[in-house]
Write a protein that binds this ligand. Structure first.
Ligand code: SF4
Length: 416
């Protein structure tokens, strides 16, 4: 399978405006720059962004980047103000997956040295919830690597979710793989708020990234989730060799599905997976993708997910002009940047964290490296010298540390 991008990421395109004054390449056809802000105003007025407009955003030149982000920000600000919502990922079961998703370090075809363990015991899941609350997370994302949950895993989730909600007031997003209608109903009944199950890419490209289940299987799970009265969290991974048309097709499908939450991952191509060392994204590509998702689904929560630090690099803050949500802390099998760096970035932008869990038992926010939630690994981003906190970090995150630098898609996992 070809894994190289099949389209240039910053191509000159007839839909994309360039003018002689904005390009040194006289051979390019001079056309007016699209009025991205007008497109945003039309979206605000209720007119859906078209496929062609979405493609034009993805292919827009770097010199249009601020205009594209300005348009996306118009919609972001209208629906979410300057708020940023934080999510906390917990890899409750790692590795050992029978599926063959090419991008995933936990698949059966991956030789990446990720931690392998079955679903964690209650104390570890609760310790992670405490950490999530201390880090100002709104939502605790409980993830397992699996085609779908077995009965033991379902029961573990049903047992822990009410306890976490009662003690920490966190919203719960379950990412357990393919679900039956009955499993979705059970998740709703035990207090799960939303289910994550990513489309990952377009229907037509799906067979290139996975053969053990289909795109239709994933869509069916999302219908079960919706029918059970749960919120839908579904997004994708950019940089797997798909075309711009694939990315836009996925975005349009997520709009049709009315996904309340859209996580956008940028492939962290991992040694040991079939997609090792294939991703060729630039920070500008990532920003254009985020802007496009915002313009297509203006009211959806848009989360910059796996690959944020790797691909956006110094341009991470600009991503929040389109997106309104981040993961705080580590990803499933890789480390994120220290939480304090995220808090600082949000403060520097003049944005604010909102929606943090506010339960009577939750710890104070970990914005100053306080020892109550210190992981003892210097992740507070503070001045050091604290000697580490008194609270041990949940085992999975410690295990993640052993895989530092390996990377995965970020939200990988069964739903990702
Ligand atoms: S993405 Fe999920 S289903 Fe696919 S291999 Fe990874 S853990 Fe398994």
């Amino acid at each position: 399978m070809s894994t190289a991008p099949t389209e240039p990421t910053t191509a000159a395109d007839p839909l994309v405006a360039t003018s002689p004054s904005r390009t040194a390449d006289a051979s390019r056809v001079a056309t007016p720059r699209p009025d991205y802000r007008l497109w945003a105003e039309q979206v605000l007025a209720g007119r859906d962004l078209t496929h062609e407009q979405a493609i034009a955003i993805l292919r827009s030149p770097n010199e249009d980047l601020l205009a594209v982000l300005d348009a996306a920000f118009l919609l972001r600000r209208h629906h979410f103000g300057l708020s940023v919502q934080l999510y906390f990922l917990m890899n409750a079961k790692s590795g050992l997956c029978p599926e063959d998703c090419n991008y995933c370090s936990q698949s059966k075809v991956s030789t990446a040295p990720v931690p392998k363990y079955n679903i964690l015991q209650r104390d570890k899941l609760m310790a992670a919830a405490e950490l999530a609350a201390g880090r100002q997370a709104k939502t605790y994302c409980l993830v397992i690597s699996a085609r779908g949950p077995n009965e033991r895993e379902m029961k573990a989730v049903e047992e822990i979710v009410p306890e976490i909600k009662a003690k920490y007031g966190l919203d719960i997003c379950a990412c357990l793989g393919l679900l039956t209608a009955e499993q979705a109903q059970r998740l709703k009944a035990c207090g799960v708020d939303r289910v994550n199950h990513n489309l990952n890419t377009s229907e037509s490209y799906y067979a290139e990234i996975c053969t053990t289940h289909t795109h239709a299987d994933r869509v069916q799970t999302l219908h079960h989730v919706r029918d059970a009265g749960l919120e839908v969290c579904s997004g994708g991974i950019i940089g797997m060799g798909e075309t711009h048309d694939d990315v836009v097709a996925m975005a349009m499908q997520l709009r049709e599905l009315r996904a309340e939450s859209i996580p956008v991952n940028f492939l962290n191509s991992i040694d040991g997976t079939p997609l090792a060392r294939t991703s060729e994204l630039t920070p500008q590509d990532c920003l254009r993708a985020l802007a496009m998702f915002r313009m297509v689904s203006p009211q959806s929560e848009l989360r910059i997910s796996g690959g944020r630090e790797l691909h956006l690099r110094t341009l991470q803050p600009l991503g929040l002009y389109a997106a309104n949500s981040l993961f705080v802390g580590d990803y499933l099998t890789t480390e994120g940047q220290p939480p304090e760096a995220d808090y600082q970035m949000i403060r520097d932008l003049g944005f604010e964290v909102t929606g943090a869990a506010a339960a009577p038992h939750s710890q104070p926010a970990d914005t100053h490296g306080d020892s109550a939630s210190c992981d003892g690994e210097g992740s507070c981003g503070g001045q050091g010298g604290c000697g580490g906190g008194s609270q041990p970090l949940p085992v999975p995150v410690t295990e993640k540390t052993a895989t530092r630098g390996i990377g995965d898609c970020g939200t990988g996992g069964c739903g990702g």
